[in-house]
Design a protein around this ligand. Structure first.
Ligand code: SAH
Length: 332
């Protein structure tokens, strides 16, 4: 397994003359370590209500220009059931940090969904150790919480009233409880340096992450960063490819944000190191409202259309859709 130093990573990120070789190499490592199967995770964005004020995110509490919703417990479970009937072997439950969804309520949702013979991933932000423990005991298999950036100064600027050390603590707690740990970063935040992106990749490695999601920052008009430039698709793809090289056997999603910046973004990502896609499995009425960034894809499609569309794209590049749960199979 090839391991790069920080300065090697920085050099690669700064030099665009070898990009195609980098993507081809990440693709080759992906094939060797995780194979040609693509894991589909059914994503349920169940609440866009959030108490946080992350500067980049459209769900931030201070955004008044957003139609807030919560999907009922019954409907969340129903979407999960329908997704499992469509063949999904993992359900991802994501939301803003919405305190309505108490420890008990999340446990109830998780245990109901576990009856459908699926793996369950939670992505609901920072919670106490006891909450994480209760969710695990209820059957949750994985937890996804991006570090967003490992530059603690930038983290502070981007996340008012939040604490970088607590985010790290959450990741450590999740790990110690035996979850599969998903993390990741944004690429192209204002003032973010290439050096800090290299640190992000080294952080994923040091954490021994099971899944890493990387996406470009996309400026949302109803946030303080509305006038900032979007992140670069190519740079995000490079950070993702380097992550594959450094952590060869982990799960790496082709993120929706990549497809927002490039109409073929997810397929390009699948050919540059990614092996996971997370199609939305809720109905139209919620998709546009979960607007973490503008111009989200697939907001006018239903779950059946999304599944069909991504399956045919996956087959068109000679890959197959996996039928198992898609846990991280450690090779290295
Ligand atoms: N509340 C949960 C889920 C957050 S939404 C949590 O804190 O983990 C999922 C991800 O969307 C975030 O981790 C962030 O990296 C990404 N995101 C938010 N706003 C974005 C934007 N403007 N552009 C691109 N990605 C964004």
């Amino acid at each position: 397994m090839e391991q790069l130093t920080k300065s090697e990573i920085v050099d690669i990120l700064k030099d665009d003359s070898q990009n195609e070789q980098l993507f081809a190499k990440a693709d080759e490592i992906r094939r060797k370590y995780v194979g040609d199967e693509v894991h589909l995770r059914g994503l349920i964005e169940f609440s866009n209500i959030c108490k946080r004020t992350c500067k980049y995110c459209g769900l931030r509490a201070e955004n008044k220009n957003i139609d807030r919703y919560r999907i009922s417990v019954e409907d969340i479970v129903l979407y999960a059931e329908k997704a499992s009937e469509m063949g999904y072997k993992t359900i991802v439950l994501q939301s803003g940090e919405d305190e309505f969804f108490s420890r008990d309520l999340i446990c109830k949702i998780v245990s109901e969904i576990k009856k459908f013979d699926v793996a369950v991933t939670l992505s609901i932000g920072e919670r106490s150790f006891d909450d994480y423990k209760a969710f695990k005991d209820a059957g949750a298999d994985r937890y996804l919480i991006r570090i967003e950036t490992t530059d603690s100064e930038l983290y502070k600027k981007m996340h008012p009233y939040m604490d970088f050390d607590n985010r790290i603590k959450c990741l450590k707690n999740i790990k110690s409880l035996g979850y599969e740990v998903g993390t990741g970063c944004l690429v192209g935040l204002p003032e973010q340096t290439i050096e800090s992106l290299a640190d992000d990749i080294l952080f994923f490695k040091a954490l021994d992450a099971d899944m890493v999601g990387i996406g470009p920052f996309i400026a949302h008009p109803d946030t303080p960063l509305k006038d900032s430039d979007n992140g670069s698709f190519t740079l995000a793809l490079k950070v993702m490819a380097l992550t594959r090289i450094m952590l060869p056997d982990i799960n790496i999603p082709a993120t929706t944000a990549m497809e927002t910046l490039n109409p073929n973004g997810r397929i390009i990502a699948l050919q540059s190191g990614a092996n996971v896609v997370m199609p939305n499995v809720t109905s139209k009425e919620f998709r546009a409202k979960y607007e973490i960034y503008p111009n989200k894809i697939c907001i006018n499609e239903n779950p059946v259309q999304c599944r069909g569309c991504i399956e045919s794209k996956i087959k068109s590049i000679g890959r197959t859709v996996a039928k198992d749960y898609g846990f991280h199979k450690k090779v290295v």
